[in-house]
Design a protein around this ligand. Structure first.
Ligand SMILES: [Zn+2]
Ligand SMILES: [Zn+2]
Length: 441
């Protein structure tokens, strides 16, 4: 099962320092239609055109200003889907016990000089939240459904932040910046499965008119400004265990740097620390398979901002370390597939996560990395191959996560969009491919 497919990561503008024709280093500008080559002047651009024009016309540019809700949505999607061997959210203490006592999640304004607000949730006897949510009724007794859902969302968004963040950034590298995709390996005795995106054009991220030349993950501190930073501890009186799932000193978010040096950030995990800004992602999902929609899509936590816009955030981010994904050559190698070449994909991806969280990955984390990457690849390719972002607009932002005003149009939204038939064929193909390409270390 080796021949006939391949994927190559193709990152443009790796060398930003000189004209691609004459090697001059001043007054550089990028080809405005493809954002893949740099010139010093109109003259150099003209000289290169005969050769460049064939490549140039093939590139689709994706503006982060309208595309970022899809990226934010991937965070929520991954938090919600569950690998087949893993009982629902079993790593989180609050999903393994009844809740005896808890404050209600929600933002709290800064009223005094105290920096952080420490909350403790008291856990009761063992209680596993099932996939269908019926067990939610007995999870936190005596509370309204709305309060239960608020706590459920809080806990759910605390889960798996490092691996979700890593996979979202890997999907951007592997699906947006791959020069071509795959023909699935044919299984003897079965008909071949083809992807609709088999012969794919090039895609490039940009912010406004300015192409992205680096992106990756930032790690650092989140601090109070208008809203108080909250920490949540889970206390099991029976065993005496006190667990804090997320550490505000080790917060993770995404950065993008443009060729002009502008930096743009997307923070989808500050919700857990008491920061509530959400966007409506439902209209971005109208054309993807229903399989990829999750129920909270009308309010996805996200802050998207440039360096200058940081002032309007209710909190402060203090970056301590940055992990480039776009310029990580190990990751390019890991995510490129070539026929007849053994891969160390799993090991490289696992090590990347370990470097970000500064501890070894667990077996469950590895399993989630694979699972998220497979479904994320499928979803992103539907969006890219259908050029769905072309009819998107800037997202609607909501100050707070009001769950109950999101149900207008819910039924129509659930019905809209393609059936899952294509998705199933694609999934079959991709499963084979992942097993083949990622298997073994
Ligand atoms: Zn030149
Ligand atoms: Zn061009």
């Amino acid at each position: 099962m080796t021949s006939g497919y391949g994927r190559s990561i193709s990152v443009p503008l790796q060398e930003l320092d000189k004209c691609s024709v004459c090697s001059k280093t001043e007054k550089l500008r990028v080809c405005s239609s493809c954002a893949q080559v740099i010139y010093c002047s109109k003259e150099c651009q003209k000289k290169a055109w005969a050769q460049h024009k064939t490549v140039c016309s093939q590139t689709h540019r994706i503006n982060l200003k309208i595309f970022h809700p899809m990226i934010a949505y991937m965070f929520e999607y991954f938090r919600t889907i569950i690998p087949p061997n893993q009982p629902l959210h079993r790593q989180h203490p609050a999903f393994l016990h009844q809740i005896m006592k808890s404050p209600l999640p929600g933002y709290r304004r800064v009223t005094d000089s105290a920096i952080r607000l420490h909350y403790t949730i008291t856990l009761g006897r063992n209680h596993v939240l099932g996939e269908r949510g019926n067990e939610l009724l007995t999870w936190w007794r005596g509370k309204t459904n709305e309060d239960k859902m608020k706590l459920f969302h809080h806990v759910m968004r605390e889960t798996f932040v490092p691996e979700v963040t890593v996979v979202v950034s890997l999907i951007l590298l592997s699906e947006v910046y791959s020069s071509y995709y795959v023909r699935t390996p044919q299984v003897p005795g079965e008909p071949p499965v083809f992807f609709p995106w088999e012969k794919r054009p090039l895609y490039r991220l940009e912010h406004g008119q300015s192409p992205v030349v680096d992106f990756g993950i930032c790690r650092g501190k989140i601090e109070s400004k208008k809203n108080r930073v909250q920490t949540w501890t889970y206390h099991d009186p029976k065993t005496g265990a006190r667990n804090m799932v997320l550490d505000p000193d080790r917060h993770l978010w995404l950065y993008f740097r443009t060729i002009q040096g502008e930096e743009v950030f997307l923070d989808c995990s500050s919700y857990s620390f008491g920061m509530e800004a959400c966007m409506d992602a439902t209209k971005y999902l109208l054309k993807v398979s229903k399989r990829f929609r999750v129920s909270g899509a009308a309010r996805i936590p996200a802050y998207f901002f440039t360096t200058e816009e940081q002032d309007r955030l209710p909190y402060v981010l203090k970056e301590e370390k940055r992990f480039s994904v776009m310029h990580n050559k190990d990751l390019w190698n890991a995510l490129s597939w070539q026929p007849d070449k053994p891969k160390k994909e799993k090991a490289i991806v696992r090590d990347f996560l370990a470097s970000i969280q500064e501890k070894e990955c667990t077996a469950e984390q590895e399993e989630r990395l694979d699972y998220y990457r497979m479904y994320g690849s499928l979803m992103m390719n539907q969006v890219l191959s259908g050029r769905h972002w072309k009819d998107w607009e800037k997202p609607e932002m909501y100050r707070r996560n009001d769950l109950w005003d999101t149900r207008d149009g819910w039924d129509e939204w659930q019905k809209a969009g393609p059936t899952d038939a294509n998705y199933k064929a694609e999934l079959t193909g991709l499963t084979r491919l992942f097993v083949d390409a990622c298997g073994g270390e």
